[in-house]
Structures are given as C-alpha cells and as structure tokens.
Design a protein around this ligand. Structure first.
Ligand code: FHN
Length: 485
C-alpha cells in the first residue's frame, strides 16, 4: 500500500518522525512535492490498470437514475412550488418532515418497467448505469434487513434494484450502485459529533451503513462499482479508519469493484484528494454539473462528469424552470469529457409512477441517433495531445490510435485546421459516417494542415472526421519560412 510504503520511507529518513511529519518527495511526474505520512490516504500512485478499470475508462457514456420517494411530490407541496433540487424537498421548510416520511405509503409505481428503461439506455448508447439505491432521505429501493424504511413496506412491496440490475445486465450495460452515506431517516445519523451521546449514536449508524453496503454487494453480485454521495459532513470526515477498513471489505466481496473519490476521508478529513494531493479511490468524482476546461485540470486522473438536464434537478420535478439542455449541448459535453479522458453520465429522473419523462425520452432518442453513427469516436477513446482547435474536439482510440475530429463549430470557409506534433503526418482522412468520402489535407505549413469539409452544412448534429495518423512523418515538402521581423 502506497501510504504505508511512504510511511516507511519517512521513518528511515526522519528518525523518530511521527504521523504528520513533512518531507520533500517526488510525485510520479517527478515534480518535487511535500509528503505527509498517512495511514488512510491514497493507496495507489497512478491509475488502476486492471481490466475492470480499463472497461470503466472505455465506457464514454453512462446513465444516472435518481429515483425515490421525492418523485411523488415532484417538487411541489400543497400547491406550493419548491425551487430547489426535487430530491431535497424534505429539507424545505414548507414541507414537514413527518409528511415526507409518510410518502412511502404512496410508493406504488405501476409504470415501472425495468426492461423498457434498460432498452432506452441501450439505444441512448450508455455503457453503464448508476441507480440511487438510497438517497439522502434514507428510503431503500431494495429489501434491506436493516431498516423498515424500504420498498417492501410500500404498497409496491417488492424489490426495485434486483429487476433493474437484471434488465441492464441483459442489455450488456454495467450497473453501479449509488449510495448516500448521509441518511436523514436513521436515528443514529449525525452531521457532526458534539457530545458523547452523538458519538455513541453514530457508532450504531456506522454499523448500519456497513451492513447495508455489504448487503447490497451480496444481493447484487454483478455490481461493477459503488457511487458514493453524502460524505461531506464533519461526522463522516472523522471516520478515516472505519471507511478505509470498510472499503477493503467491499473490495474483497467483488474483486475489481470500482469506487470513486467520494467515499472515504483521509487521516485529516480531506476528501477526494488526500493531504498530499493524491487521488483517493479509483477515479475523481468531483466533476458534478461542471467539466474541466483543460487536460491539466484533470491532473491526468480518471474522472466522470455527472450532469443534470435542467440546471439542478436530479430527482423528478414536474416543473422544470430555467435553461434545459439540448441534445447538442449534451453531446458536446459528452465529447468534451471523452476528449479529456473522462466519462459523461447523463441524469434521468423518472416520475412517481415509474415513467421516464417526455423531455428525457426525446433527448435520449436524439443523442442515441447521433451515437448510432458516431459511437466509434466515443467508446474506447480518450485524450489526444494535439493542439486543440476552435472547431471542436479530438478524441483518440486507445487501441487503434485512430483520431476523431468532432466538429461542433463549422468555420464559414469549411476549412478545419489541424496541427500535429512534429513527425506525425496524416496518412488517411475520411468521414466517419461515409468512409468513402476521403480528404486530401492541404499542407499549410510544416505540421499544419487544412481539411476542407465536404459534409453538408445541414448535417444533423456534429460531424466526425477520422484521421489515421502516420507514426513517423518524412520531413519533406513545404518548410515554413519564419518571417524576419
Ligand atoms: O445532494 C446530492 C444531489 O441530490 C444529487 O444526488 C447529486 C448527484 O451527484 N449528489 C449530491 C450533491 O453532490
């Protein structure tokens, strides 16, 4: 384990130095850095390279589903409109907690059709799906031995998660379980631990959390990973040792299990990145409703971006206000994510009856149509270190080395500028949609070309041009003559 190794290095270097001692070390990219000995910091330097993580890295597109009791009020209570995220309605002063906590008595989603959801996700082009097993309200969509606040005590009366896992597995879409550690229903839950009584109660809550997590992995063994949430409270930030041990237990249950950076805090309560700035978990989970601008912003880590369709609604809100993203915007976010080595996860919030709303269905169909033609530029693809151009984004297939130019901004003259690193030439250039449409790039200067678009100006959605680059370019032809100034 990396942090233990680092501790050993420290012990040799600084005789008698204890936890918290500081020493200059080198990061994997060789930049000097400060290092603090941690027992519960990051346990790995660099990326996971095993097959399951490689599969995760190659997904490109995922689906998030937020579904729970909050879908019943759908952002309204007694005729009043709630402007916050629908799944947070319980925290709204206008809705009494007692009223919310009775909603389970109405949970009877007669339109819930897991196979239809999975088929829709498949035609969207999603390679993985994340489902809220339990959101902050504490209501469990699976039959949990450890609480009565679960689906079996609702009129619906049966498991939701099992049939979903089965349906998505059948479509070849990997399932990840969302789990909120924060739990507004559990009596032992505290956001901070101020008294002895709080600490005692919280011990019970920790045991409950552990039981539920191990239970989920036992019940749904095809789960590929856990997507944690609600871990920002001061009380949880004190649980470095507990969370570290639990993470090990979960990983033992399902070898290769994928867990992002939102689960455990380090010895000093730091989350996502430990006190040395190293990523905690298998990928960075901090890109929620926002995207990195540059590759440097990602620090070279694996990451996912989870995105709402309106500005900030995850669960079903019957009245979306403000800007609602178009399929064009969502496709651009997807391509941008892949171009920076991330996965893009689009959220859906089914209503209280289990229907996926029309707006989401329409977007899924539009994105799916684009993916049908262009998925080659997404699956298995990632970052390419060529200079970014204003027309859009490059992605590169990790195995074949093929480069994809995804064009969002078509220049008026139709000329797409491409600058390659020295010695890399353009062997073959063609349209992804119609590979028989090929291009002779115009060499403008050394390592700089124009590709003159032939695709119709009215093409639906962004067009994709494929480049098969040469390995080593012969240094002949036009040499750029620098101006004497
Ligand atoms: O509070 C939640 C929110 O409701 C939603 O579940 C998102 C999804 O990433 N996570 C939390 C905010 O970070």
């Amino acid at each position: 384990m990396k942090s233990i190794l680092r501790g050993a290095v420290l012990a040799v270097t600084l005789t008698g130095a204890g936890l918290g001692s500081v020493i200059a070390q080198k990061a994997p990219d060789n930049t000097p850095r400060t290092s603090i000995a941690l027992e519960h910091g990051s346990h790995r330097l660099g990326k996971r390279t095993d097959e399951m993580m490689q599969t995760w890295r190659n997904y490109g597109l995922g689906q998030f589903i937020h579904w729970g009791l909050y879908a019943i009020p759908g952002g309204h209570w007694e005729g009043k409109y709630y402007g916050g995220a629908a799944e947070w309605i319980r925290s709204w002063k206008d809705m009494p907690n007692e009223a919310y906590d009775e909603l389970y008595k109405e949970f009877d989603p007669q339109n819930f059709d897991p196979r239809a959801w999975a088929k829709q996700a498949k035609s969207l082009g999603a390679k993985y799906m994340i489902i809220t097993t339990k959101h902050h309200d504490g209501f469990c969509l699976w039959p949990s031995e450890y609480t009565d606040y679960d689906v079996t005590n609702s009129p619906y009366g049966k498991d939701i998660i099992g049939p979903l896992v089965e349906a998505y597995d059948a479509e070849g879409i990997d399932v990840y379980l969302y789990f909120s550690v924060m739990d507004w229903n559990h009596l032992g839950y505290r956001s901070k631990l101020e008294t002895e009584e709080d600490r005692e109660a919280y011990e019970g809550f920790k045991e409950f959390t552990r039981n539920q997590l191990l239970e989920l992995l036992d019940l749904y063994p095809t789960t590929k990973g856990l997507w944690f949430d609600g871990t920002w409270d001061a009380a949880w930030k004190e649980q470095a040792a507990f969370a570290d041990k639990l993470e090990t237990e979960m990983r033992e249950k399902i070898p290769g299990l994928i867990i992002g950076s939102r689960f455990r805090p380090d010895d000093y309560g730091n989350r996502h990145f430990d006190s040395n700035g190293d990523l905690m978990g298998d990928y960075e989970q901090g890109w929620e409703r926002k995207l990195p601008e540059t590759f440097e912003d990602t620090k070279g880590n694996d990451w996912d971006c989870v995105m709402t369709v309106p500005e900030n609604q995850w669960g079903y809100h019957s009245d979306w206000r403000g800007h609602v993203k178009t399929s064009f915007e969502l496709i651009e976010m997807l391509v941008k994510s892949v171009s920076l080595n991330g996965n893009f996860v689009m959220n859906f919030g089914p209503d209280g009856q289990g229907s996926i709303r029309e707006e989401e269905t329409k977007l899924a169909a539009e994105i799916g149509d684009w993916m049908d033609v262009n998925h080659e530029a997404i699956y298995g693809c990632g970052y390419l270190d060529w200079k970014k151009q204003d027309w859009g984004y490059y992605t590169k297939n990790r195995e074949t080395g093929k480069v994809y130019m995804v064009v969002f901004n078509r220049p008026l003259n139709g000329a797409l500028r491409v600058k390659t690193p020295s010695k890399i030439g353009l062997e073959k250039v063609y349209s992804l949609k119609e590979p028989s449409v090929t291009y002779e790039p115009e060499e403008v200067h050394k390592d700089e070309y124009f590709i003159h678009l032939k695709e119709s100006k009215t093409s639906k959605g962004p067009v994709v041009i494929v480049i098969e680059p040469t390995k080593e370019k012969q240094q002949e032809g036009t040499e750029y003559q620098k101006a004497k100034t």
